[in-house]
Each structure stands twice: as structure tokens, then as C-alpha cells.
Design a protein around this ligand. Structure first.
Ligand SMILES: C[S@@+](CC[C@H](N)C(=O)[O-])C[C@H]1O[C@@H](n2cnc3c(N)ncnc32)[C@H](O)[C@@H]1O
Length: 258
């Protein structure tokens, strides 16, 4: 996500699904996810998994599911049902391959306009690194609320507000920025992130805004993580040290009001 290696942006800023459908981006993103010490595995995943707890017997909805590797994990962990939503065709194709032979399913929908399901049938909603692509967060959160059973769990991760403020890192080593220029922190709204050979359109929000939006939609914030790097998941001590310089992610654990 926050690789700020100088590169020539290629074309106009693309909305989330179109960005991931860009051939160069899709291949580079997938390759990045297999690298040892990639930030998703070392930083974002541990708190998400901890916040979700036991998925045994749960119905799980995943917003911005990408390749649905998480769906496979959820079902192997005992989840009864898994539904992933995404609007990138390439991601969904990969997701169907990853879920083959399981009862997991994925659906094509744009989270910017998606209206959810008729009944509140999910015990758990998870959304990993997708909601900072969505402009109308308030609208989507009311949909999430409707999808969850009373008392249900909502875990979401986004790029850290410090990162989304500017996408302006320097002193890159091994692809990691270890200094970040923060400007316009309180000027919320659209940002352009030149990344993986294209430009992604993202949305910057402060922590206050995430908190207010969740509370106003009827969620109680139960735990918060800034994905503080822990030594164990890292193979390289050097990358661990680099990752302690700039926060990468924010993860919220919320409960739907009963
Ligand atoms: C960084 S990837 C994360 C994928 C997956 N959640 C994971 O953690 O591996 C972001 C995903 O959000 C999806 N996404 C972004 N904006 C979206 C939108 N408006 N509607 C549906 N999916 C969207 C993208 O297509 C992409 O698959």
C-alpha cells in the first residue's frame, strides 16, 4: 500500500475496482502479497484475526473481499457461511478459484451503491482494506448495520489516516517508506495514490470521522489497533525496524447495538 518508490503515474486516477482490474496493478498486487514480510501478512492480518476471534458456526460477510483468501480461512476455521462482495472482475475470478470446493460464494457489487441483503443474516461482517476506496461511508455503514444480527461483530481495516492524508513518503528502502510527510490531515476527501504502476483514487478520513461514522450508524467501538508491528511475524529484522517508523493501518472492532 504505502510503497512510495518514484514512478511515472500511468493515466488518470482509477476508482477501487477499476484500479484492481488494471492488468499491471493486479499482477503487481498479487506478486506483492506473496513477498515475505509483506505488510498485509505482518501488520494488518494479526490484529484482524485477533479481533474476529472464533469464527466457528458463524455466517461471515466480507466487503471488498478481493481474492477471498480470507473466505477460505474463515470456512476452514469453522464458519458456516461465507459471502464475499467485490466489484473487481479479476479479483472475483481469483476468488472463485480460491473458494473452489468450499461452500463459500462471492458476488459482484459496488460498495458505493450496494444495498445489502433483505434480512439481517450475518453474525460477522469484515472489511479489509477496502473502505478507504468508498466515498459515502455513512451510507455503506447503515447497510452493514442492516446485514448484521443484533450484537453482531464488525471488523474493518483501512489504510492509516496518516498515510491517506498525503501519500508522500521518502527515504524508501526495500520498498518501504520510513518517513512520511503529513499535510492536509484535517482536509478530508479524495486523494490520489500513485501505486503499482497506476493511480488509485482513495478517500482520506481522520480517526475522529471513522469513530463518529461508526457510532452514528449504530456501532459500539470495542477495540482499535494501529497495527503496531510485532517482531514475530517478520523474517527480516531490518524490515521490522522500517515498519516501526510510519503507521500503515487502522483496524476497528465494533459491535452492532443490540
Ligand atoms: C486492497 S484490496 C483488499 C482485498 C481483500 N480484502 C484483502 O484484504 O486481501 C481492496 C479490494 O477492495 C475492492 N474494492 C474497492 N472499492 C470497491 C467498491 N467500491 N466496491 C467493491 N469493491 C471494492 C477492490 O476491488 C479490492 O479487491
Amino acid at each position: 500500500m504505502t510503497d512510495s518508490t518514484p514512478r511515472a503515474p500511468d493515466g488518470p486516477a482509477l476508482l477501487g475496482p477499476a484500479f484492481y482490474d488494471h492488468e499491471k496493478v493486479f499482477d503487481a498486487y498479487r506478486a506483492g502479497r506473496t513477498l515475505p514480510d509483506n505488510p498485509n501478512s505482518t501488520l494488518e492480518e494479526p490484529p484482524v484475526i485477533e479481533f474476529l476471534g472464533d469464527l466457528g458456526g458463524r455466517a461471515v460477510l466480507d466487503l471488498g473481499c478481493g481474492d477471498a483468501r480470507f473466505g477460505r480461512y474463515a470456512l476452514e476455521s469453522g464458519a458456516l457461511r461465507y459471502v464475499g462482495i467485490d466489484a473487481s472482475n479479476r479479483m472475483l475470478e481469483q476468488a472463485r478459484r480460491n473458494l473452489r470446493g468450499t461452500r463459500g460464494e462471492v458476488r459482484h457489487a459496488d460498495l458505493g451503491t450496494w444495498n445489502g441483503f433483505e434480512a439481517a443474516g450475518f453474525d460477522v461482517v469484515v472489511s479489509r482494506l477496502a473502505l478507504h476506496y468508498v466515498e459515502d461511508l455513512d451510507r455503506l455503514l447503515t447497510v452493514v448495520h442492516r446485514c448484521l444480527v443484533p450484537g453482531g461483530l464488525f471488523v474493518l481495516s483501512v489504510e492509516h489516516p496518516v498515510v491517506t492524508s498525503t501519500y508522500d513518503g521518502t527515504d524508501v528502502e526495500e520498498g518501504f517508506a520510513y518517513e512520511w510527510r503529513v499535510r492536509d490531515y484535517f482536509v478530508e476527501g479524495r486523494r490520489e495514490d500513485p501505486w503499482l504502476g497506476a493511480v488509485a483514487r482513495k478517500v482520506h478520513r481522520t480517526f475522529e470521522t471513522y469513530f463518529r461514522a461508526l457510532r452514528d450508524a449504530g456501532f459500539r467501538l470495542d477495540a482499535l489497533s494501529e497495527a503496531t508491528p510485532r517482531r514475530e511475524p517478520f523474517r527480516s529484522a531490518r524490515i521490522f525496524e522500517l515498519r516501526r517508523q510510519v503507521p500503515a493501518y487502522a483496524i476497528f472492532r465494533c459491535l452492532r447495538d443490540p
